[in-house]
Design a protein around this ligand. Structure first.
Ligand code: ZN
Length: 203
């Protein structure tokens, strides 16, 4: 895949996931960035860094941007989406809790697994994301359950920064996050449109 210029992520965008970590859904979208250097593709390995004792998967619906947008309306946003991809926003949960912000917890090399890009459906709210670890389902979320739905989310981001072709938006993870161990194989799928599968190794 083409490495995105930036990866904009959304925290606590599903009520049940916010609750499972003892948080509330924020009043406005909670944004953070992952570095492009964290991206891996199909069958690349996720490396657990020695600094963390609790690395977790977060299966998410990813949006690829196909044209430059700034201060875009929801209709302009829809027209600018070039594709949908499965994303695993891998997170060092212990470091996320101890650090004031999430650059370290979310930014290690191999911490952003991105699947191939599929064609966006007419109804973005119908998109479903499923995460499996060693074949067992751990997460299932539908975009209509998001606190901030995809067109609103992207329009909101463009009130802050220009989105450019190749940029990737990770739209938040549903409930069911959990720990990864060496030897695990973790798979994130969006509706058969995009699947990303990666084995986990100790760093
Ligand atoms: Zn996430």
């Amino acid at each position: 895949m083409i490495r995105p210029g930036k990866i904009v992520c959304v925290g606590r965008n599903y009520l049940e996931h916010a609750k499972e970590l003892g948080n509330e859904v924020p009043k406005e979208p909670l944004l953070f960035l992952k570095p492009p250097s964290s991206v891996i593709g199909m069958n690349d390995t996720i490396v657990l860094p020695p600094q963390s004792k609790q690395v977790e998967y977060e299966g998410e619906i990813g949006i690829r941007i196909g044209r430059k947008i700034f201060h875009a309306s929801e209709d302009e946003v829809r027209a600018a989406i070039s594709g949908i991809c499965a994303v695993n926003d891998i997170t060092a949960r212990d470091l996320q809790k101890t650090d004031g912000q999430w650059t370290r917890a979310k930014g290690f090399d191999t911490f952003c697994a991105v699947g191939p890009v599929g064609t966006p459906p007419a109804d973005l709210d119908s998109l479903t994301v499923v995460t499996r670890v060693n074949g067992a389902e751990r997460q299932r979320g539908v975009a209509s359950d998001m606190a901030f739905r995809i067109p609103m989310l992207l329009a909101y981001i463009t009130t802050i920064m220009t989105l450019e072709p190749g940029d990737l938006i990770a739209t938040g993870t549903p409930a069911g996050v959990g720990r990864l161990s060496p030897g695990d194989v973790v798979e994130v799928e969006v509706d058969g449109l995009s699947v990303i599968s990666n084995a986990v190794v100790a760093g």
